[in-house]
Write a protein that binds this ligand. Structure first.
Ligand code: NAI
Ligand code: 15L
Length: 274
């Protein structure tokens, strides 16, 4: 592996989970330069392989044996699959909690040395928007979903300490074509910056288990990435270009979680099943 973006060598085979999802479809195109072969996996339908540089492997992350087969022959894993919003715990446990264990256990058995894990800002969503935090701040998950990502980060930490498998856990803010509301003016991560960040997560040396906040170079941010400086992530985009459009929206009420908490509405989801 090299440590500069200009002279990277493509991996032979990269695995992308969650390939049918919003970010998976974006990364399917954008990860092309980084691998001779991109293995694309999801439980949902995916478009057919566009050529010999793609392999389509449907897989349920909750199925340990299927994940074991999925990981065979890959050089690194970009783990973006799973439930991506708040749901009852019973719906999250298979894809996100068992799923992340299956990914790491398969990585160990097949000798994969690097994982990029799509964690989430919902690991720290109960901090208020007037609080600044870094990657060492105590986690404050805002949902069963946020708890599952917190568990994924612990899994990554354990597999590094015990087996030397390196991971960058990206606490992604809001990665969409553009921010949808005032909160996302702070949390927005452009697709270009996401791609650059994943490149750094794949190629930076000695990452151990690194936690990085996935945000663009936005004006008003709550997160400090100084503990991830060794990645060399330098976001170029900013949500400022959307400010006028977003500020034309009515202000949320003073007690609206979207105005108070870093995790926005997730802090008020549930309870389920009553
Ligand atoms: P998405 O929901 O569009 O994609 C997730 C994919 O995972 C879906 O295609 C779904 O079919 C697949 N999946 C769900 N259960 C599965 C299972 N049992 N086995 C295999 N695949 C399964 O979500 P999106 O926005 O593309 O996010 C990708 C990843 O990034 C997710 O892990 C999400 O939690 C994380 N993330 C995304 C953020 C964003 O702003 N888009 C913010 C923070 C985290
Ligand atoms: C996430 O973790 C979700 O996957 C995504 O759909 C958004 O809700 C994002 O966080 C956000 O906080 O904006």
């Amino acid at each position: 592996m090299t440590s500069t973006s200009s002279d990277f060598r493509p991996f032979n085979r990269l695995l992308l989970t969650g390939a049918a999802g919003g970010l998976g479809k974006v990364l399917r195109e954008r990860l092309r330069p980084y691998a001779n072969i991109l293995r694309l996996s999801d439980i949902a339908n995916m478009a057919p392989a566009e050529g010999p540089h793609e392999e389509i492997v449907p897989c349920d992350l909750a199925d340990k044996q299927a994940v074991h087969q999925l990981v065979e022959g890959v050089d690194a894993i970009i783990h973006f699959g799973g439930v991506s919003v708040e749901r009852p715990f019973e719906e999250i446990v298979g894809p996100n909690i068992c799923g992340v264990f299956h990914i790491y256990e398969a990585a160990r058995r097949h000798g994969v040395k690097r994982v990029v894990f799509a964690s989430s800002n919902h690991v720290i969503g109960f901090y208020k928007q007037n609080e600044g935090i870094d990657a060492h701040a105590l986690r404050r998950p805002d949902s069963y979903y946020g708890l599952s990502k917190s568990y994924g980060e612990d899994m990554a930490s354990f597999y590094f300490d015990r087996y030397g498998i390196e991971t960058v856990s990206i606490r992604i803010g809001s990665s969409f074509p553009e921010p949808a509301n005032r909160r996302m003016m702070s949390t927005w991560l452009s697709f270009d910056d996401l791609t650059h960040l994943i490149e750094r997560c794949l190629y930076a040396d000695n990452v151990g288990h690194t936690v990085v906040y996935g945000m663009s170079n936005n004006r008003d941010v709550w997160w400090d990435n100084s503990h991830a400086a060794h990645l060399g992530f330098k976001p170029k985009d900013s949500s400022e270009i959307f400010r006028a459009k977003i500020e034309a929206q009515p202000q949320p009420a003073e007690d609206d979680p979207n105005r108070i908490y870093q995790g926005g509405a997730f802090v008020a989801s549930g309870p389920f099943g009553d």
